[in-house]
Design a binder for this molecule. Sequence first.
Ligand code: AMP
Length: 285
Amino acid sequence: MRVAAAVNELREALEAGPRGSVGFVPTMGALHEGHLALVAAARARSEVVVLSIFVNPLQFGPGEDYDGYPRAEGRDLELAAQAGVDVVFWPVTSEIYPPGHPGMVTVSAGPLGSVLEGGARPGHFDGVLTVVAKLFNLIRPDHAWFGQKDAQQLALVKRMVTDLRFPVEIHACPTVRAPDGLAISSRNAYLSSEERVRATALHRALFAGCAALERGTGAGAAESAMAALVSSEPGVTLDYARVVDPDTFGAPQPGGAALVAGAVQVGSTRLIDNLLWPLPGGEEA
Ligand code: AMP
């Protein structure tokens, strides 16, 4: 496994490695089972697997956890090697954002970037898409894997690839969860043991929303059921609970899948999660 910290090292590593289709998994590191599921999927269908580890300052807002974001350099490299990664791209920030370029060109996420997560985190998806575009241009993957856990990110990356004509195929991997249902996330490391138990309210709320959809109550009632469950859990505050179309984030289509999505605050930690649920055809969603 080669580790590249600079763009020229990345080029050398890609040229020195095996030939064939390049599979890419972008991450912010502090690797866990969710990331490793993406790497396994990439490994299964690519000759060359590239993993990037970059805590992207552009996608963090003022007062968010950029400085404190979990970083686990040595362990990440061990896990990447065990998972069969060929090249780790671990750029220093100045390689991605060279200093002295005020007014740099960025990618705009458009209207889909300002709802749900984008409403709570203004500019977040512009930052995500800008770094993903840069990484796609540097690595030139044939395929790239993203987690369903970050459903809006996945939808926006697909949108960007279509709209800006990136020659890469995007694949989604299902959310990897702990046995109690909590979606695995690098940010779970922030939770105290008590908060960790409370945090399962988010997953339970998503199920309450799906159960409401199953009863045919419609999207609004499902959102209320989710909100009610979260508000019954002390120490957990609801940011949003929504039922939307997984591609457009508008109203879900009868007969299609609904994205049942939520975000909560548990102490100082913000958590997101979602489930995809089939809607009955031809009925009001
Ligand atoms: P992050 O390092 O949090 O930016 O995540 C990097 C990639 O891993 C993204 O595509 C995430 O959606 C994906 N990911 C994070 N957590 C999980 C999980 N629990 N299950 C599946 N994919 C995940």
